[in-house]
Structure formats: structure tokens, C-alpha cells
Design a protein around this ligand. Sequence first.
Ligand code: CS2
Ligand code: MN
Length: 361
Amino acid sequence: MEMTMRWFGSKFDTVTLKQIRQVPGVTGVITTLYDTTPGEVWSREKIKALKDEVEASGLHISGIESVNIHDAIKVGTPDRDLYIDNYIQTLENLGLEGIHMVCYNFMPVFDWTRTELARKLADGSTGLAYSQEAIDRITPENMFEEISKDSNGAVLPGWEPERMAKIKELFEMYSTIDSEKLFANLKYFLERIMPVCDKYDINMAIHPDDPAWSVFGLPRIIINKANILRMMKMVDNPHNGVTFCSGSYGTNLENDLPDMIRSLKGRIHFAHVRNLKFNCTEPGHLDFEEAPHLSRTGSFDMYEIMKALYEIGFDGPIRPDHGRMIWDEVAMPGYGLYDRALGATYLNGLWEAIEKSSTRK
Ligand code: CS2
Ligand code: MN
């Protein structure tokens, strides 16, 4: 595996490439052209400029998170082919610049959903949290407002103000879409993009739906082992793969994370590793917060997760996922420097121990 950190670009990120370069063992960044909108072609010049900037810092681009999918593709409207053509052009331009991993998601309307961006945790830090009771009380419109209030001035990925303005229209668009249609539209998209992925050896890595169930009545399909294996089979090409995100699949405690990892051998192209702490697991009162990465501070066994990745021979990029805000840092929620740097170091430590104990028998 290669340890990386997500970086949103110098115009948007409070964290600098210089800082990332100094996190031990981090050699690459996962980045994006954050000011492009879904459906737009990424020009080769812009990709090249981003690449040059990253490389000048001594790091390299290990993959893109995300090239977002236009709603027309998810909904399957008649103009989807135009947006798929644009997507193919973007993939070609990325391939020509030597970028071989693209993370994306297929969630209707929202990307991740949390009810708090800055819940005060027991140690005085703050982190993202989800409470079912809070979700049941609010509407999607209110949620957008709440989310922007606590975002420390940052535009959060998937929560762009342009989308907020169109929320009613977006819900309308998806009103006839159920899980089966969403699967069919995903298949159509993947079949069309596989030739360009084959040509340039681009690994597509779908991010799970977060949380791993349907929210506000919208269908969500990338949520468990059965569905993800269905997706791998429905377009059975190694370039059709996944981002294994422990914090997203892990929202559903029925998901056995190490077992899912083992079942996806050869198809995990990117890993997001983070821990959650469940305060209540009763369905109507479900409550969890994003904990530090260390196993004993949360509900997951991070050693078992890393061990499963090691055992399937995972050799793609991995990144610590959301971190808390600690030591008075002010940054995009989930994406400060300090807690993610601690996370990267801890995950590197686990990996070293697993590697040495399995090769020195
Ligand atoms: C990310 C997602 O911040 C996060 O929670 O894991 O936003 C992820 O980047 C997207 O779903 C992938 O397109
Ligand atoms: Mn993730």
C-alpha cells in the first residue's frame, strides 16, 4: 500500500503540500480539481498544472477523489450520453497525464450525511457525528443550512452551494428512481467507460454510500457485501473496483469489514480507513461519532481491517479518512492536518507490525 493524504488544492485547502510532505511515510496525495462541476471536461492543461504543483513539493498524485458524476447519469436522462462522453474525455486526459486511480460515488443528491460537523467529544476535540433522532427531525433543506453553518468557511465536498440551491429540483429528478434503476444506470455508465479505463489502465474506485442506508427516501445501493459483489459481477472488469471506506460501510454494524475486504480481493483500488464510536446502536436512536483512528477509542478493530488489506495483497493508495479538530486547528471539517497525520502514522505502524510479523515466522 501507499500512504497518502487527501488534498483539495492550494486555493481551497488550509493544509499545505509542504506540511503533508513532512508527515512520516506519506508519499502521495489524493487530489481533485475542486472548482470543476460534475459533467465538465477536465482539460489536460489543468491536470498537468496540478501535477506539476504536487510534484514540485516532492509528493506525487496517487489518485483523484473525486471525478463527480453528473445527476443525468445517475438518473439516466436522455442527455446522459453527453455527460458520459465528457467523463470519458476527462479519464483520457487523466490517463495521458499518468493518473491511474479515480474515486467517485453514485449517491443520489447527497454525498455523505452527518447531523453535526463539530460535536464536542469527551477529550475536548470536535468531530463529525450522526444521530438518527436528529435526522428524523430535519428536512434536507435544513440540513444544508446546518451543515454550512459549521463548516469553518469551507465548501464541503458534495455540499456545494450550487447544489443546495437546486435541492427541490434534484429530489424531483430522482422521484422515479429506485435501487434497481440506479443499478441499471450505474451498469450503463461503467460499460461505457471501461474501454477508456482499459486503454489507460485506470482503476475506477466507487465510494460507498455514507451512511450505508437510504436517507430522506432516496435509494442507495453501495451499502453492503451483497450489493458490491453484484456490482463487481455486473461489469466484471478489474478496472471496475471499489474504494473500501471503513467509516462508511462501518455505519451499518451488520457489515463485517474484514470479511468484506477479503471478498473484494483484486478489486479494492483505494482505501479510506477511519474509526467510528457508536454511542447507541438501537435503530431509531442510532448515534455515532467519528473517533480517533486508534482501535480502542472507537468501535472498530483497526488491526483486523489493516490485516485483511495486507492479506489480500492490497497495493493501492490508502488514506486516513476524516480526522477530528484537535489542538485548536481551524480547517475544513474532517480535513485538518493534525488528527489525520496521527491517523496516517498509526496506520503505518499497524502495517509495519503486520508485515513484519507475517514475514518473520
Ligand atoms: C469522502 C467522500 O469526505 C468524505 O466523506 O469520503 O466525500 C468521498 O470523497 C466521496 O463520496 C467520493 O466521491
Ligand atoms: Mn470515505
